[in-house]
Design a protein around this ligand. Structure first.
Ligand SMILES: Cc1ncc(COP(=O)(O)O)c(C=O)c1O
Length: 379
């Protein structure tokens, strides 16, 4: 085992007491994030939040590295869904407009389309799948000149299917539609590239694969669109507020900043971003390219080992190009099995009739062996 991984494992209170294979739900507590939590209480004790605020601002640069954007294209949102809300509310809908979204995507996305359908009569065009595979052609069939925006998760939360963003963005742009991608199940585990994808909006959160403590949002918008769009909500943190030492807001007129921060509605706070920044360091110090490679190696191994114990019905499409950090395999009594695994300190989750297993780069083949051995006994 390489010494970096060994150290990460030794330092983590969670990894010391369990086989943690549940990054699609939440990240575990790491040594560095535990230390950040402790330090934050010291800042709080002294009522001195300057350092956490600086660290929070630096998270834009860290996140930019992970998606190949620039820090000037990234701002803070309360959660992942808020980023989707911004994007759908930027559109200029008319009576013929439609929104295209994968039918079984995360509810935070699908509900935006359903809501606009219910409240503004905007047509919602759900994209079907074939055995959880969603092809660019499936999108091409739904997108037309009246499509305003396409909503999609890069990696599906239930199946782990990874979409071909480049092709889908190309189809959307040929029809002058925008694309919003949710990468909460992908950033931190996959090499993301907003430039290559040519995506317009990206929404993500600090938890899960990014190893933050809980969800706070991060929102990307392509640079040339920042000028073009006016904020859809009247958020006061997107206006010039003076300095933190002498804050003021001109309440006689509403004037937004010319930067990406015009979409920052509220005070983002520093607590969760401060800790999340230390979580992101764990990935950046290792390299996202190396992390993706190791996750691929581990999930390939996991699939092989599951097949050996006769678990062969995968909710996850097995084609190499569709794969991510999530492997979901159908198991009878999946909810009970996940609970029993937990009593053995093996952490997974039950989703969609299967066991969803989601290792990060610091998991090992021994972790997988222990899971498979327990599963074989339980089944
Ligand atoms: C694909 C996806 N999007 C979004 C979220 C969370 O959204 P929010 O931060 O708005 O609760 C999750 C899981 O928590 C998810 O799996």
């Amino acid at each position: 085992m390489d010494s970096y991984i060994q150290k990460i494992r030794e330092d983590s209170p969670t990894l010391n007491q369990s086989i943690y294979l549940n990054h699609a739900s939440t990240g575990p507590l790491h040594g560095r994030t535990a230390e950040a939590l402790r330090k934050y209480t010291e800042f709080w004790e002294k009522s001195d939040f300057e350092e956490p605020s600086i660290v929070r601002e630096n998270i834009r640069e860290q996140f930019a590295q992970l998606i190949n954007g620039s820090k000037e294209e990234i701002t803070f949102t309360p959660d992942v869904t808020h980023g989707t809300k911004i994007a759908v509310n930027l559109m200029n809908y008319d009576k013929d407009s439609n929104i295209v979204c994968y039918w079984n995507d995360y509810p935070g996305q699908v509900y935006q389309a359903l809501y606009l359908n219910k409240t503004k009569n905007i047509e919602y065009r759900p994209v079907p799948d074939q055995k959880n595979v969603i092809q660019p052609e499936d999108f091409a069939e739904k997108i037309d000149k009246d499509t305003k925006i396409v909503l999609l998760s890069h990696v599906q939360w239930l199946s782990g299917f990874k979409a071909n963003m480049e092709e889908i963005c190309k189809i959307a742009h040929e029809n002058e539609a925008y694309v919003l991608v949710d990468t909460i199940q992908s950033t931190g585990a996959n090499v993301n590239d907003v430039r290559k994808w040519d995506v317009d909006f990206l929404t993500c959160g600090t938890a899960k694969w990014l190893l933050g403590p809980d969800q706070k949002g991060l929102f990307y918008m392509k640079k040339k669109l920042i000028e073009e769009f006016y904020p859809p909500f009247a958020g006061y943190h997107g206006t010039d507020q003076g300095s933190i030492f002498e804050p003021y807001w001109n309440v006689n007129k509403l004037e937004y900043l010319p930067t990406i921060d015009k979409f920052k509605d509220t005070n983002p706070g520093s607590f969760l971003y401060y800790i999340a920044s230390k979580g992101m360091d764990i990935i950046l110090d290792y390299s996202i390219q190396k992390a993706e490679k190791r996750i691929k190696h581990l999930t390939n191994y996991l699939i092989e080992e599951l097949q050996k114990i006769n678990l062969k019905e995968f909710i996850t499409p097995l084609g190499e190009e569709y794969r991510s950090g999530i492997v979901n395999v159908r198991v009878k009594d999946n909810i009970e099995i996940v609970k029993k695994l937990k009593t053995k300190r093996i952490i997974t989750s039950s989703r969609f009739g299967g066991i969803r297993i989601s290792p990060h780069f610091y998991n090992t083949s021994e972790d997988i062996d222990k899971l498979v051995t327990e599963l074989r006994q339980l089944l």
